[in-house]
Design a protein around this ligand. Structure first.
Ligand SMILES: Nc1ncnc2c1ncn2[C@@H]1O[C@H](COP(=O)(O)OP(=O)(O)OP(=O)(O)O)[C@@H](O)[C@H]1O
Length: 290
């Protein structure tokens, strides 16, 4: 979540305390996200990492890591603890600067030249493992805040939702299985529902690329299945990079044909379908062999 969104959340929370009965009403025009730089996807590649290396006190967390994610693709990234998955996400989102290598979003956006908020504006959103929603606001208000955030904090606080914006929130509520919970306080949702709400909040920002870090950790089997269904509906409309340890979930997402990337010691060890990488002897040695 961006500092802007956090600030807006705190202020909206304050407003919520002062006017508990207040509900958003129609009026303002629909404000679509205007990106500072628009990525060019003419070549069909959403994200391209080229020989990225990151060292921490001489230890190479990423070691000449190269990876390409296509537009609309869902890619699962697996690998043992310490393989470099989080560091890779940190490089893509601008949290960590690599020592060497290149990272491009589309053909034209050099991610290594942008700061974290600019990368979000360009269309890359990240979901961390732990859900971060505004617990004291309703599900609807959480989505409202995420939707109007692009207008800036002041505008978000005083904005009134237009009919298309209300429709968009309804669509997202439906997509993330939270329509019946729209007016429930987010703090009362189950862990899985909070995760879905946060995913909905990211979708409200219309990202091109979604980075999801262990999205089903702590979910029930049923919630895990519904999350897989949700992600499958996003394929084609967004590119998704899913870092995951749960092989059952990876199997649900890849459906026997999508590519899985195995990271080990900061590099790509293997790529292929889940069955292919599970049969790879190097992968078995470092990770899956138990
Ligand atoms: N800020 C840091 N300072 C020092 N070492 C770090 C730092 N961040 C990561 N590392 C080290 O870099 C390596 C890669 O870590 P990273 O968190 O990227 O792995 P991971 O694949 O995400 O692991 P996990 O599955 O356990 O989350 C690890 O050995 C880790 O200890």
């Amino acid at each position: 979540m961006t500092p802007d969104l956090q600030e807006a959340g705190a202020a909206l929370l304050e407003r919520h305390h002062q006017q508990p009965a207040a509900t958003p009403a129609g009026g303002a025009s629909f404000g679509r996200l205007v990106h500072a730089s628009t990525p060019d996807f003419a070549h069909g590649v959403a994200l391209y990492l080229d020989e990225i290396s990151v060292s921490f006190d001489g230890f190479k967390a990423l070691n000449n890591l190269s990876l390409a994610i296509d537009v609309g693709e869902m890619r699962c990234i697996i690998g043992p603890n310490g393989a470099g998955k989080t560091t890779m996400m940190d490089v893509i989102t601008g949290k960590t600067r690599p020592d060497s290598g290149a990272a491009h979003f589309g053909t034209n956006i050099d991610l290594l030249r942008l700061r974290e908020p600019q990368i979000v504006k360009a269309g890359i959103c990240r979901k961390f493992q732990k859900p971060t929603v505004y617990e004291e606001l309703s599900v609807f208000e959480n989505l409202e805040l995420a939707l109007v955030n692009d207008r800036g904090v002041r505008a978000a606080l005083f904005a009134r939702l237009s009919p298309p914006q209300r429709e968009r929130i309804a669509e997202i509520l439906q997509l993330v299985h939270l329509l019946p919970e729209a007016h429930r306080i987010a703090g009362l949702l189950s862990h899985g529902q909070k995760q879905w709400l946060e995913i909905g909040m990211l979708l409200a920002q219309e990202p091109t690329l979604l980075l999801l870090d262990e999205p089903v950790a702590g979910m029930t089997d049923e919630e895990t299945e519904r999350t897989a269904e949700l992600f499958l509906t996003l394929v084609g409309k967004h590119s998704l990079v899913v870092v995951e340890h749960d092989m059952k979930f990876v199997d649900m997402l890849t459906q026997g044909h999508r590519k899985v990337t195995v990271l080990h010691e900061g590099s790509v060890l293997a790529e292929g379908t889940l069955a292919e990488v599970q049969a790879n002897t190097q992968v078995i040695d470092v990770y899956l062999g138990r």
